[in-house]
Design a protein around this ligand. Structure first.
Ligand SMILES: [Zn+2]
Length: 121
């Protein structure tokens, strides 16, 4: 039986973080400009261990070089960065997701709509 596998993970160094935790330490650079990326989870799914992990298409990178969205530079920046997202961005989402799912689980607190009252006291 393969039951020991996930227990083994958990006993290692699974860290529980907030659902909206932003990751800035994933060792993957921006495929366009080589700058740092931050990653945010947009969708979670239940992991084998009953905790929450990043779902297959729920992990989105942002390049730290992104200018303010209201600025004039933003459109150029966006055209360059997202000219061919399936070629540039899709291939890095999977290794980034795996990197996180190997190390982290998420505390959804009520975000997923489970019946959970506000914490009291
Ligand atoms: Zn970039």
């Amino acid at each position: 039986m393969g039951r020991g596998r996930w227990l083994d993970w958990r006993e290692r160094e699974m860290k529980i973080v907030e659902a909206e935790h932003i990751f800035d330490d994933i060792p993957i650079k921006c495929p366009i400009c080589g700058d740092r990326l931050t990653w945010q989870v947009e969708e979670w799914e239940e992991a084998e261990d009953g905790l929450w992990k990043v779902s297959d298409c729920g992990f989105k990178p942002s390049c730290v070089s992104e200018p303010d969205i209201d600025s004039d530079e933003w459109e150029d920046w966006s055209n360059v960065h997202y000219a061919t997202p399936y070629i540039d961005w899709l291939p890095i989402e999977k290794p980034a997701r795996e990197w996180v799912n190997k190390r982290y689980r998420f505390d959804l607190g009520g975000i997923d709509g489970r019946d959970e009252g506000k914490e009291e006291g």
